[in-house]
Design a protein around this ligand. Structure first.
Ligand code: O7E
Length: 215
């Protein structure tokens, strides 16, 4: 993913019309659009094919299954045109290897969740986040997901993964995190949903976040 705006739109609307309108409005300010269950369950995987005409798409299916099922999910998503996929890591190295292998075949990216941004994200993830980050490096993932709500954890994760892997970081705005703070802590991109797509002017909201990050 080209690092121009440092902003990834989390497009969690559920209908095609709104999705395409918002994506078009913010396209100058985002490097990628993250599409997950809300939109794909609402409109089908075909929406990815439409959105890739506007910006690169990261498919957020938080893949968490046995290696064969993970492979099938990744193949579907990359055949639809996604440039990246988000996977969980707690399912273990063989599952992650399966996703990375498919991504390498397609020339696409895999991002691995380390610790989640919501309050419950510390309950089970916190003790294993560093191990998952190490595994992401060893497996050859492109990057990890770390919480903008806890910039100090982004710093911890950055120390483990070094400079080669990217950190994409959700939790800015609606969840209370600050884009500038988490970029300072070592994130490469922030992922923002509600603060943009619920705004009366998604483009202005996206521009404001970019300005906060000086991009
Ligand atoms: O809070 P919002 O509306 O700005 O949306 C944040 C988006 O990031 C939303 O799609 C949510 O599912 C996702 N997310 C988190 O909020 N926290 C996490 O820890 C992880 C994710 C996520 O997308 O993981 C993959 C990047």
């Amino acid at each position: 993913m080209d690092k121009k705006n440092r902003l990834i739109l989390a497009l969690d609307v559920t209908d095609r019309e709104n999705a395409l309108r918002i994506a078009n409005e913010v396209s100058d300010y985002v490097d990628s659009i993250k599409v997950g269950y809300p939109l794909v369950l609402g409109e089908g995987l075909g929406i990815v094919k439409e959105l890739v005409e506007i910006a690169p798409v990261i498919a957020d299916f938080k893949v968490a299954d046995i290696p064969n099922t993970d492979r099938l999910i990744c193949e579907h998503v990359f055949n639809a045109g996604a440039a990246g996929i988000i996977t969980h890591g707690f399912t273990g190295r063989d599952s992650l290897d399966s996703c990375v292998k498919v991504a390498n075949d397609f020339g696409t990216d895999v991002y691995v969740v380390t610790e989640m941004s919501h309050p419950g994200g510390v309950e089970f993830f916190r003790p294993v986040a560093e191990d998952i980050a190490k595994m992401a490096v060893e497996a050859g993932a492109s990057g990890v997901v770390a919480p903008a709500t806890r910039p100090e954890r982004v710093k911890d994760i950055r120390k483990i993964i070094g400079e080669e892997l990217s950190i994409i970081s959700p939790g800015v705005g609606a969840q209370g995190g600050s884009a500038a703070d988490v970029i300072r802590a070592g994130a490469d991109w922030v992922i923002v949903g509600r603060s943009i797509y619920n705004s009366d002017s998604p483009a202005e909201a996206a521009k404001k976040i970019c300005d906060e990050m000086n991009c």
